[in-house]
Design a binder for this molecule. Structure first.
Ligand code: IMP
Length: 228
């Protein structure tokens, strides 16, 4: 039987399978079956992340997938900000060690940059992941939510879980374990992506139950719109 409100359909814009898997798990848990998530069609080309902000890049990805599919789309952009490195790698986290950098290359560059900066004590290695999650609905309404998790960069990679910088990031609420050592549920409970997408899910459900009464608004061509 159909649910009382018509289900919203959203294409998951991420081309990174590690991220897409996490987003699907987080949204499935938070949306209660009221939004249907569709996989990104493989024929859609990668979207160039040309913005200098996480929000700009997330909106670029969602907007490109909406244009390519005619369906609403959801995307995120995330970055790791390390205080001793002036906020680097930040929006350049994926390409920190070069345009074709692997996760391992990026982690190696991060550890060596901290070493060079003389940041060896845990209190000198404070950092945070920041995620901006954006949904652009089929009719152009746009929702954006952000999430942050504070933590520290540990001195060597630990754990096989997660992806990216997870083996060297220990969240403040993680009992000293890195995201690579925590199980996925424990990571999602505190991660920047978990926080951003749970907020986005709540915003989407509010928008579905009372269209137009939330903060969503049609996306204008030259600047961002709704911010939550
Ligand atoms: P993106 O631009 O959002 O695709 O992410 C940028 C880069 O940040 C990724 O390539 C990963 O290296 C890293 N990253 C993003 N999210 C996470 C995470 O949850 N854990 C660890 N690294 C992440």
């Amino acid at each position: 039987m159909s649910p009382p409100t018509s289900p919203l359909r959203l294409v998951l814009a991420s081309a990174n399978p590690d991220k897409a898997r996490e987003i699907a798990v987080i949204l499935d848990g938070a949306l209660d079956g009221r939004v249907e998530l569709l996989a990104r069609p493989p024929e859609v080309p990668d979207v160039a992340e040309t913005s200098d902000s996480l929000e700009g890049n997330a909106a670029l990805k969602a907007s490109a997938l909406r244009a390519a599919t005619g369906t609403g789309a959801v995307a995120d952009d995330s970055g790791l900000e390390v205080d001793a490195l002036g906020g680097a790698p930040g929006v350049r986290s994926a390409r920190y060690a070069g345009p074709r950098a692997t996760y391992r290359d990026n982690v190696a560059k991060l550890l060596s940059a901290l070493e060079q900066a003389g940041a060896r004590a845990p209190e000198e290695r404070t950092a945070r992941f920041r995620t901006v999650a954006v949904a652009i609905l089929e009719d152009g309404r746009e929702l954006a939510c952000s999430g942050v998790v504070e933590g520290r960069i540990v001195d060597r990679p630990r754990g096989e879980g997660g992806f990216g910088y997870d083996p060297v990031f220990a969240p403040d609420d993680g009992g000293g374990l890195t995201f690579g050592e925590l199980d996925p549920e424990a990571k999602h409970a505190v991660s920047a992506r978990g926080r951003a997408f749970r907020s986005l899910a709540a915003a989407l459900l509010a928008e579905i139950s009372s269209p137009g009464t939330g903060d969503a608004s049609p996306r204008s061509p030259d600047h961002g719109t709704l911010r939550r």
